[in-house]
Each structure stands twice: as C-alpha cells, then as structure tokens.
Design a protein. Structure first.
Length: 119
C-alpha cells in the first residue's frame, strides 16, 4: 500500500520548521556538552584499571585516532553528500509514485492554504 501524497509541500509546512527551530539548537548545544564531558569519562577506563599501564599508550593512540575521525572534514563531507543524496533520491521516488498514480502535489500554494486558514 502506497501512502498518500503529502497535503502540504515541505517549504510551507510550518509545523516541521517550528520543530527544527527547536531541535537544531538543542542538538548543537548538546554536542558541546558531550565533547566537554567525553574526555573525563573515557579516562575512567584508566582510573578504574580497565586499561592497564602496559596498554595505556595504545589506548591514548586509539583516543587520538577517534578524535581525528570525529573532527575530520572529509567524514563531514561524506555524511553531507549522503544526506543530500538520500534526500534527492527519496524526492525522486515520491515524484515517480505520484506520476504513476496520476496525482501531483501542488507546487505553489499560499501560506494561508498551507495552514488551512484559506476560505
């Protein structure tokens, strides 16, 4: 069973934009907090004896490697390209499903129509 076409195009969907306005700043703020807490938490492996003195140098190397990957511009670009590719691919899929069913989502509607306030 194929879901029905969206009634409101993404550009005019006020509810989604409001959620994103709240969620994106929270994600950015939480990222800073997590980065600040991460190093002391990881050092608990050493403090509690889970990582032995003999393995401490190797453990530090693994931490540095993980930090390089986390801060890698190349990884960020790959993730961005994947997200864009997925978005374009899923948009193309929705359009092809609409074309097969003979339904089309309105491309240009007024904000009043998008919020259901039109008379």
């Amino acid at each position: 069973m194929v879901a029905s076409a969206p009634q409101i195009p993404f550009l005019y969907d006020l509810e989604v934009h409001t959620r994103l306005l709240g969620a994106v700043p929270l994600l950015l703020a939480s990222e800073t907090i997590v980065h600040r807490w991460l190093r002391p938490l990881v050092m608990q492996f050493v403090d509690r004896g889970i990582v032995t003195t003999a393995d401490h140098e190797r453990f530090e190397g693994l931490i540095e490697s993980a930090m390089r990957l986390r801060n890698s511009v190349a990884i960020e670009l790959v993730l961005l390209a994947g997200a864009i590719g997925f978005g374009i691919g899923s948009g193309t899929t929705i359009q092809s499903m609409e074309n097969r069913r003979g339904t089309r989502t309105p491309r240009a509607i007024s904000p009043a129509q998008a919020t259901g306030m039109a008379s």
